[in-house]
Design a protein around this ligand. Structure first.
Ligand code: TYM
Length: 333
């Protein structure tokens, strides 16, 4: 059975983009893979964050994952900082990865913005920690949204350089799994920008916890164009906002964008948005109810995470200890 690893930052409430692009794909993988899913709090502190809120946000993210169908009894679900192997391997990877490679990372450029000199150095080496997350488990498959593709290519470059430098075949190649019509869900305000937890405008995203009224309002206000829906996919060319809404409806109704256009061709966006709102509310309300139920007993969520951390450590500890031995550190005996 292939081993899967994926992670999500507890840097806010998960968005519809996180859900459709990643979390939803994690669930069926539990049927035929050994799955390891991680709330990556070490990554979350690479950008401004509220230290008084981080622990709560981490637990809430875990509850959101469980509510979406990530079953802690059928996978290993844990918090990154609870398993020290990640930080240890990340340090080794900081020394393996070349500065030139990190300089090419588009996400660093986006997140650091114009004032790059003032960005935290953790943000710069973020992809090395991400590579360590995966390679600490010898995982070979990584389900993510489109925006993580470049980081996963770097994770493969790091593994190859490590293997080459030390003359071993230790870290396997990983296969990014970027799936479905919603691998890149766009902002509701600008169809050329991805939907993001950290966008300053809450109107740009649907949060998994938004109630029916909030969803209706955000969809009603979502940017569109004045043309009716086309009957063919080609008619969405150059219409990023229209394409995004069609993609979202397809994803939440398990249809294809072509199916959506067949059913709604000729409709204006007023009517289409009502259909979309209804589908989103129907899809998200059971998840929200489950999340509320789980968070009523935070100790139970914490206990599930503790069990997950024990299982994760049991896998990662010997792999990272072996990596340290390969590097030549004197073993602690
Ligand atoms: P994060 O928390 O930003 O996002 C979590 C997952 O959601 C996907 N995603 C999207 N998919 C489609 N449309 C969107 N608008 C959208 N926004 C986010 C992301 O691609 C991601 O799969 N670096 C990772 C976390 C991470 C990780 C790892 C992932 C840390 N270590 C190891 C895989 C393997 C991240 O930024 O997640």
């Amino acid at each position: 059975m292939q081993r899967v690893f994926s992670g999500i930052q507890p840097s806010g409430i998960p968005t519809l983009g996180n859900y459709l692009g990643a979390i939803r794909n994690w669930v069926p993988m539990m049927d035929d893979h050994e799955c390891i899913y991680c709330v990556v709090d070490l990554h979350a502190i690479t950008q401004p964050f509220d230290h008084k809120e981080l622990a709560r946000a981490t637990r809430e993210m875990a509850a959101a994952l469980i509510a979406c169908g990530v079953d802690p009894d059928r996978c290993t679900l844990f918090v990154q900082s609870h398993v020290h192997a990640h930080a240890r391997l990340a340090w080794i990877f900081n020394c393996v990865a070349r500065i030139g490679w990190l300089n090419r990372m588009t996400q660093f450029k986006d997140k650091a913005g114009k004032d790059r000199e003032n960005a935290g150095s953790g943000l710069y080496v973020y992809p090395n920690l991400m590579a360590a997350d995966i390679h600490a488990y010898h995982a070979t498959r990584v389900p993510v949204g489109e925006d993580q593709k470049q980081h996963l290519e770097l994770a493969n470059d790091i593994a190859q350089k490590f293997n080459h430098d030390f003359g071993v075949e230790f870290f396997p190649n990983i296969e990014p799994m970027i799936q479905g019509v919603a691998a890149r869900v766009m902002s509701l305000r600008d169809g050329t920008k991805k939907m993001s937890k950290s966008d300053p405008s809450d109107q740009s995203r649907i949060n998994l916890t938004d109630d029916a009224d909030a969803i209706a309002l955000k969809i009603r206000r979502a940017k569109t164009d004045p043309e009716p829906l086309p009957s063919e996919l080609a008619g969405l060319e150059g219409r990023p906002e229209a394409r995004n809404l069609v993609g979202i409806l397809a994803a939440v109704t398990d249809a294809t964008p072509a199916d959506v256009l067949r059913d709604h061709a000729g409709k204006g966006f007023g009517a289409f948005k009502e259909v979309l709102t209804e589908a989103l509310v129907a899809h998200l309300s059971p998840i929200q109810a489950e999340m509320t139920r789980l968070l009523a007993d935070p100790a139970a969520v914490d206990a599930a995470l503790r069990k997950g951390a024990d299982r994760a450590s049991a896998i990662a500890e010997p792999i990272v200890t072996k990596a340290e031995e390969i590097v030549g550190f004197l073993p602690r005996r």
